[in-house]
Design a protein around this ligand. Sequence first.
Ligand SMILES: C[S@@+](CC[C@H](N)C(=O)[O-])C[C@H]1O[C@@H](n2cnc3c(N)ncnc32)[C@H](O)[C@@H]1O
Length: 507
Amino acid sequence: MAYRVEEYSETVGEAHRKVFGQFFTPPGVARFMVRWVLGSGNAAVHDPAFGLGAFHSAAANEDEVAFTGSEVDQDILDYWRSSSPSSDMVNVRHEDYLLAWGRRFGNIVCNPPYMRFQIFLNRDVVSQEFERRLGIRLLGYMNTASAFLLKSLYELGESGRLAYVMPLEFLNTGYGTLVKKRLIEESHLAAVISLRCERDVFPDAITSVGIILYDSAAEFSHVRFYTVESIGTLDSLFESEPAVEIPYAKLIPENKWLPHFNNDSAAVNINKTVPLERYGHFSRGIATGANEFFALRPSEASNIGLTDTEVAPIIAKSAQVRTPFFTNNDYDELVERDEPVLLFSANGALSPAARAYVLTGETKGFDQRFLTKSRYPWHKTEKRAPSPLLLGVFSRGGYKIIRNTSRASNLTCYHGFQPNLYGLGYVDHLFLYLCSATGREIVSLSARRYGDGLDKFEPNDLNAALAPAPDVFDAIPTDQVDSAIESLRETGSAPGCVESWFENLKR
Ligand SMILES: C[S@@+](CC[C@H](N)C(=O)[O-])C[C@H]1O[C@@H](n2cnc3c(N)ncnc32)[C@H](O)[C@@H]1O
């Protein structure tokens, strides 16, 4: 199988594979899934996204399986047929699975193609059919994998089992609500498995990957959430690996489910926490649409001849901030080092120098970028007050949190927090919480996990993340907050007492 995948990939090239969302299930994962569905006692197995037949090969080692498949790409089917001597014994239809309706399947195993539904071929016809037959409106943000899963759930036989490889981001995103609702509505969802080894399992994967196990013959009281670190442990998963068991009553489709993989998450003390947005709002930094044009070095601004009112202080790149505190002195140092820390913001009547610079920008096509094109005038940038807290958008192994007391606003490398009236008095408290181990653990539950340990924070996820309730903050004497801030400034790490303030947020 491995040689086939490599040879095939070389033959058709990456662009072809991308168009069809082709990546291939490793044998260990395919075997685990096939064996699990065969546990239904029904020998019929359908693979709606056949590819090079990873599941069919796995089923060949089991007794008398009646295997069928669907595959839309004639090239991959031809390749598979030419390299598989017994392929004529298997009924694989050349068809678009999302358009082939009217069948029921004993069991279903699938590693569906993964691409944004917006760019999917036949999107309109597929949408109409989903609406007509399932009463489901497919959203543009949804991906093809979710559409495959919804259709397969509908087509699964009465006592059949379904095992699906899925990008797990749907567990935490808005479009996933519909899928989660469908998965739990009859209490047939047995388990969700997060494959932590996804980089080895799916080297091309761009998001974290997992397996959904669904058994329409069973009614479960709990869903088990497993985290698997290596493929080798899949075979003995149910005997040896501990699971987090979440009762159906606590599985809310509108909520984020990724935290369920983490044992601690179930243990956040909801009586002592409130959504962070109680204190204010995180929002995206200023999006210029062309940082090369808008983020200027002081020497560039002065060569162009811009006045002080035509530029504004900014933090343009994450790496410009190196410590948890960013002050006016730090900003001045960046100016001295001639870093790009000035935003071109000549927004009213332009001076001759600014007008000339805008014209240069137009000759270089900066006015035709995705964002600038839809802005009038194209060179007009937002004005934002500096945010007292900044949180890095992407992180690996822990987010970057900055207490900003400088006059600089931030571009999109950071999300900026603006306190509301109520939160004004809690900015330092929140900063210490976000720096603490407990805070990091709780807030990270709201991150979207991508492959390779990369976390991405969206402003809304941060706003919904849990923070200490006001009475938890109020119980900390103000002078202790101040001295914790000082000590963090001097030593780079928060004193032990900070951990003790927040420890009891977890049960
Ligand atoms: C992620 S690959 C999985 C292949 C194989 N089952 C495996 O697990 O290794 C998805 C497969 O679905 C096929 N595919 C994409 N869109 C499809 C559609 N609308 N109907 C049927 N197959 C489709 C792709 O060509 C690709 O072979």
